[in-house]
Design a protein around this ligand. Structure first.
Ligand SMILES: [Ca+2]
Ligand SMILES: [Ca+2]
Ligand SMILES: [Ca+2]
Length: 688
């Protein structure tokens, strides 16, 4: 009982495979039937400006132009079919409601191909899908639709990257192209335009105040259970049941990190180039991860006091740093003042001493099973009995985000800059709509960040979220840095650029590590401190960092990645930062300089922040793109091969200045725009 999930994301894994298998089978078989129309006769590419303008997501009401090409005389008609798409849960399924059919007119000929055209506008901000229904010269039929290319992100299913599609025999197994139509008023707060985010798991970042450390025997964990405390801060491996060091509990072991620790390191964080700090939950809660909230309006006693928090906000502000907090409105702890399962608190809990208490002001926040025989089964849960699922009732909404002193607004009133919301897909879209309206009404400058691992377009039409933790970026970056195919990295990144509104694309939280996934170095292959492959893996980690800092969106550094921390699945990805003054002996502090250089490079070259992006033809090992604004043009090229590769900038156009050379020894082979990029090296070039 009372096992807190060590890795929240493990729950996502539990429920997925069966659903996905059922969804896929029928469609896959149907798609295999050979189409009667020759695929070689037709062409459409959603990312090709000839075929579709404007590029990508569009504001509601904007005119959209589509062109479809087919071998002269091969098709009688092309009809653009548009649907409204609803995505359910964690992208487990979707519904597509017919919206309209737009016949495409034949508008002449180009290179032996008929041009079919349609212009139309979509007026409701929401997620649309489309495909083309084709009728051949002798009446044969087919559908041209999105591809089913997969993007490999843990725990979610992502298929269909846009761009080039596929011709299939019928319209029964159509994969829709995504067309995100957003509110023309969608705007990001001005301050979010150049974010560099530092991410902190507070129990493990820095112990700045030993007097608030959780004390074994005093602090209790669910009922009367004990906690565990690491007396050696620099023990890089958190306890796991069964490791010989731990008891049988996950998540009850503490290191003593706190808000004072963060305050002491604000200069350090600022000097890295960060201007935003995202902190995992800090409200009173039994576990070390604190997603099992006990009291949403109190700072955890192990992290500090309200005054410490106010001091953190004030000291951050002095240094140009903003704070983003994290919480779950989907579940709270069963050991909380709202449930009071263990009868510990003065509050009138809804599950006081394991009895359903209808007199509690919180009773309707939870869903009860009155016939259950054991306490564990008497209330709805998220993942396990420690996490009581919260209902979307008015009294809870008032408490959580509507009232002036609601959870969301209370912390905003104390100066935080925004919220990252845990397990976003488990609340209804209407919940988030109401939530956003309330937040933006009083705090128009606050930033809202989802935790959605799939293509989160549905959240970005202007009524729910501004940004998300970008696990798709992470997958793409790690795939490339590991030596994987450039084309699959490009497909994943281009899918985001196409499907997300441009204002959103520039504020995505582009991470490569987080508290929910193995650290980047671990994923790349450096699994244990001291392993001999460090030098190689360090270079590959720098490829990830370089991509973060030169690509649109906010680079997000998970604490300790900048000193070469490694660690696998939770809790190993939550090791303590090896501060030298705390006896740290497993950090590579020389790596910090490389991160600082990259953040300086970004700051000094506004094109890297706000400039447009265009992918460049690289090769199977070279990922290349350019960033340009009205003033400058910057080209980034990275080599993930084990041998040097030649990159030709701009068809051999001469006159490039090297802004950054990741390997330190890449060379230009002359004044023809040819550069040799070393293995796992990168170049950032600026056009003279
Ligand atoms: Ca333990
Ligand atoms: Ca402490
Ligand atoms: Ca009580």
């Amino acid at each position: 009982m009372c096992l807190i999930p060590i890795n929240i994301s493990k729950f996502w894994l539990l429920i997925l495979p069966a659903v996905l298998a059922a969804l896929n089978c029928k469609g896959q078989d149907e798609r295999k039937r050979p189409p009667a129309i020759d695929p070689g006769w037709v062409y459409f590419n959603s990312r090709d400006g000839y075929c579709k303008t404007p590029f990508g997501a569009v504001p509601a009401g904007a005119t959209i132009n589509m062109r479809f090409l087919a071998k002269e005389g091969s098709l009688q008609s092309v009809a653009l079919q548009v649907v409204k798409t609803t995505i359910f849960g964690n992208n487990q399924s979707a519904a597509h409601a017919n919206y309209g059919s737009f016949p495409m007119e034949k508008q002449g000929l180009t290179n032996g191909q008929d041009i079919f055209e349609a212009s139309f506008a979509l007026n409701d901000p929401c997620l649309y899908g489309y495909y083309f229904k084709l009728t051949g010269a002798v009446g044969e039929t087919g559908s041209y639709c999105n591809n089913t290319t997969a993007v490999q992100v843990p725990n979610v299913q992502i298929r269909g990257t846009g761009g080039l599609g596929e011709l299939i025999a019928s319209d029964k197994a159509v994969a829709y192209y995504t067309l995100t139509v957003y509110d023309p008023g969608l705007q990001m707060p001005a301050w979010t335009q150049d974010m560099v985010i530092y991410c902190i798991f507070p129990d493990r970042f820095k112990n700045g105040n030993k007097s608030n450390d959780p004390v074994v025997g005093v602090r209790k964990f669910y009922g009367a259970k004990n906690i565990e405390f690491h007396t050696n801060w620099c023990d890089p491996e958190p306890y796991v049941p069964g490791d010989g060091k731990s008891d049988s509990e996950y998540c009850n072991d503490f290191y003593g990190g706190d808000l004072d620790g963060i305050i002491q390191k604000l200069d350090y964080i600022r000097d890295l180039g960060a201007n935003v700090i995202y902190i995992n939950p800090i409200f009173q809660a039994p576990s070390n991860h604190k997603y099992d909230t006990q009291d949403y309006l109190t700072i955890d006693e192990g992290f500090g006091t309200l005054d410490t928090f106010k001091n953190l906000v004030a000291e951050s502000k002095k240094r140009g740093l903003r704070i983003i907090l994290d919480t779950s409105l989907n579940h709270c702890g069963s050991d909380s003042i709202y449930m009071d399962r263990y009868g510990k608190y003065h509050s009138n809990g809804a599950f006081e001493n394991e009895k359903i208490n209808t007199n509690s002001p919180y009773a309707e926040w939870f869903e009860w099973n009155r016939n259950a025989r054991t306490p564990d089964r008497m209330y709805s849960q998220w993942a396990n009995p420690t996490l009581a699922k919260l209902r979307e009732v008015d009294s809870y909404k008032n408490f959580a985000y509507r009232g002036k002193n609601s959870v969301m607004k209370y912390w905003l009133s104390l100066g935080i800059a925004g919220w990252r919301m845990d397990v976003t897909p488990w609340k209804s879209d209407d919940f988030w709509r109401d939530w956003r309206k309330e937040l933006k009404k009083d705090y128009p400058d606050c930033l809202t960040i989802a935790e959605a691992w799939f293509d989160a377009s549905k959240y970005f039409t202007g009524d729910m979220y501004d940004s998300t933790m970008n696990y798709i970026f992470r997958a793409a970056a790690l795939n490339f840095a590991r030596g994987g195919s450039v084309s699959s990295t490009t497909e994943a990144l281009e899918m985001l650029r196409e499907n997300y509104p441009k204002p959103v694309f520039h504020v995505l939280m582009n991470l490569v590590s987080s508290h929910d996934v193995p650290r980047a170095l671990f994923e790349l292959g450096y699994k244990k401190y001291g392993a001999t492959n460090y030098i190689e893996m360090r270079k590959r980690l720098l490829l990830c960092f370089a991509l973060q800092f030169t690509y649109p969106g906010a680079p997000a550094i998970y604490y300790g990645d900048e000193v070469g921390m490694t660690g696998g699945a939770d809790p190993m990805n939550r090791g303590p930062y090896p501060w030298k003054e705390d006896g740290g002996n497993y950090g590579d502090f020389s790596l910090i300089d490389s991160v600082k250089k990259l953040s300086r490079l970004r700051r000094e070259n506004p094109a890297l922040i706000a400039g447009d992006l265009r992918m460049l033809p690289g090769d199977k090992n070279i990922l290349a793109y350019e960033r340009m604004d009205g003033k400058s043009r910057i080209v980034v090229a990275m080599n993930n091969a084990h041998e040097p590769k030649t990159f030709r900038a701009d068809n051999g156009r001469p006159g490039w200045k090297i802004l950054a050379d990741g390997a330190g020894d890449s060379v230009s082979t002359g004044d023809n725009g040819d550069f040799i990029i070393q293995p796992a090296g990168y170049l950032v070039l600026k056009a003279n």
